[in-house]
Design a binder for this molecule. Structure first.
Ligand code: MG
Length: 392
């Protein structure tokens, strides 16, 4: 079997998915500057909005193909300019070799945006292999280890005003979610008052869900070590299951200091690429929970290697939930000790999966495994009004 083409295409259609009440965005590193700190978050799609998504398809001379998306424009650019010419005429089933060669291909390509392009290709190759062998990907990876994977409710975008957050937390607990993660809006630029508001939200949510419920918090790299140290000490009585990305992940020694500052476990990894960057966090004793996302860290091939590495350090991998399906297939092929659960972004997953026939979502806090060959991702032609080829 040979790869004959790699096609990038943008689909468009009218939003008919759910809408949510206005809420808050999370803290960000750029919020240190007032003109950025004042920016509000998006409101999400409204009925009648025109929405778009970019997909990639790997085509072969055997008729079988691999699909993945939505991807971002920068991934599509690197795929079209560099990875497509490299992959034409190659054997798509030789994923380990192709992955190794892609990682060695570009002098700047071992991290960052180029690695997210490699990730998208790798995932589409696994989709293709699953379709060629008529099996879901988790079966090719040695699973399933279970028939459904627990998903935690990720509350990005909901109002963090304490009363609102408490009511929302109770509502999703009642839906069967056994864990939730809430996002702090404020950071060092917002001073003592911002910290008070962060803590008031955390306190309100803890009271709403009760003392035994699994509760996490996320700062999206928006803090510095001094601020983060004060926050984890103040959060300790609320016994969070983790504090996520208090500072950027390359500050390994500083993350270790934060681990030592309180009993609150430290999580990071969604902006960490490959097993080698991950190793620095593990060897540096800088992390309690890893969160590499197969969509970005190097694909399904790399995520499996990261799980093996992390398991030897007794460190669980709870993947960031960008597009859900790749992380779900890896989770379904790993011991629950290594991958206990996946993330489900309540307000964003309906948009990411909008153009697909099946919207994978938790029922009673559990995502049932796909049974279709490959990823289990099928485009819904009924929602696609326009389909345009993309090249650069
Ligand atoms: Mg996060």
């Amino acid at each position: 079997m040979k790869i004959t083409d790699i096609v990038l295409f943008r689909v468009s259609g009218v939003w008919t998915g759910p809408t949510f009440p206005a809420g808050n965005r999370q803290a960000r590193p750029i919020d240190l500057y007032p003109e950025f700190n004042q920016q509000s978050g998006g409101t999400g799609h409204q009925p009648g909005d025109l929405v778009h998504a970019l997909y990639l398809e790997i085509q072969t001379d055997a008729g079988v193909s691999g699909l993945f998306g939505p991807i971002e424009e920068w991934q599509a650019f690197h795929i079209h300019k560099t990875l497509r010419p490299f992959l034409l005429s190659q054997d798509p089933l030789a994923i380990e070799m192709l992955h190794d060669q892609m990682v060695r291909l570009d002098r700047h390509g071992r991290s960052g945006l180029f690695m997210t392009a490699i990730s998208a290709i790798d995932i589409a190759l696994w989709d293709l292999k699953g379709k060629a062998w008529q099996q879901p990907i988790y079966r090719l990876l040695g699973g399933p280890t279970r028939s459904a994977v627990p998903a935690y409710a990720s509350m990005l975008g909901f109002s963090t005003a304490p009363a609102n957050a408490a009511a929302t937390a109770q509502a999703y607990k009642a839906q069967g979610f056994t864990a939730q993660k809430w996002f702090f809006r404020y950071g060092p630029a917002d001073g003592a008052e911002g910290m008070e508001q962060n803590l008031a939200m955390a306190q309100a949510v803890r009271e709403a869900v009760g003392p035994l419920y699994t509760l996490m918090f996320d700062a999206f790299m928006g803090w510095d070590v001094t601020y983060a140290s004060a926050m984890v000490r103040a959060l300790e009585p609320l016994h969070p299951a983790w504090m996520e990305e208090p500072i950027p992940p390359e500050r390994v020694a500083e993350l270790r200091k934060l681990r030592e500052a309180s009993r609150v476990p430290i999580a990071t990894g969604e902006h960490v690429y490959t097993r080698w960057q991950t190793k620095e966090l593990l060897v540096g004793q800088a992390v309690d929970i890893l969160q590499n996302d197969p969509d970005w860290t190097g694909g399904i091939t790399e995520q499996v290697k990261i799980c093996a590495l992390a398991s030897a350090f007794e460190t669980p991998v709870v993947a960031h939930g960008h597009s859900l399906l790749p992380a779900l297939h890896v989770a379904a092929a790993q011991s629950p000790a290594v991958v206990p659960r996946v993330e489900y972004l309540l307000r964003y997953q309906p948009g990411k999966q909008f153009f697909q026939t099946t919207i994978y979502q938790p029922e009673n806090g559990l995502v049932t495994l796909p049974t279709l060959p490959g990823l289990g991702m099928v485009l819904d032609e009924g929602k696609i009004e326009k389909r345009v080829a993309v090249s650069y």
